[in-house]
Write a protein that binds this ligand. Structure first.
Ligand SMILES: Cc1cc2nc3c(=O)[nH]c(=O)nc-3n(C[C@H](O)[C@H](O)[C@H](O)COP(=O)(O)O)c2cc1C
Length: 156
């Protein structure tokens, strides 16, 4: 990769809030997730766990339903894929570990030609008593949600 290409990769990444209704191939999701898990982490303790929700699947609808119930709207822009970033209690720096993972995934998505956006809502919703709602989407309740990203082909 040339210096110019590296610069362009960073320039290309922007938050996308309108998506085509087009499935993201699992191979590409796999690459994005792997990029996330290659992020640096405090004391080399890999405490992040990523959960992928694809539109059309039960888990995706359940996640959106929880958000709509709590916020009165779907914060995911109808994107084809949502990835929830969680960190377990072995982490020495949950927010820092988690955000490194998120940034790696956003850049990987951009590199592969996808739009993406950081979504804060799950970090706000899955706390205190509402942490128990994680069970409904197959995430252990002892994990802390750091953020979500959405991924898909941008509408324009
Ligand atoms: C911590 C954090 C939380 C964010 N939460 C949201 C969000 O909930 N919804 C959203 O549409 N964008 C969210 N964003 C995206 C920012 O709005 C966006 O990155 C910023 O406006 C800069 O634009 P750019 O990503 O196109 O460079 C968030 C970004 C960060 C870093």
């Amino acid at each position: 990769m040339t210096n110019q290409e590296v610069k362009e990769l960073f320039e290309k990444r922007h938050s996308v809030r309108e998506y085509l209704d087009e499935k993201v191939p699992s191979k590409d999701i796999g690459t994005i997730v792997e990029a996330g898990l290659l992020a640096p982490c405090g004391m080399h303790i890999h405490a992040s766990h990523l959960y992928v929700f694809n539109k059309g699947e039960v888990g995706y609808s359940k996640l959106v339903e929880i958000m709509v119930n709590k916020l009165g709207k779907d914060p995911f822009y109808g994107a084809p894929t949502i990835i929830i970033e969680t960190v377990d209690n072995s982490s020495i720096a949950k927010i820092q570990d988690g955000t490194c993972v998120i940034e790696n995934m956003l850049l990987a998505a951009s590199f592969l030609g996808y739009g993406s956006c950081w979504i804060n809502a799950p970090y706000k919703v899955f706390v205190n008593d509402d942490k128990k709602l994680l069970k409904e989407i197959g995430i252990p309740v002892e994990y802390d949600v750091i953020a979500a990203i959405v991924v898909g082909k941008a509408k324009n």
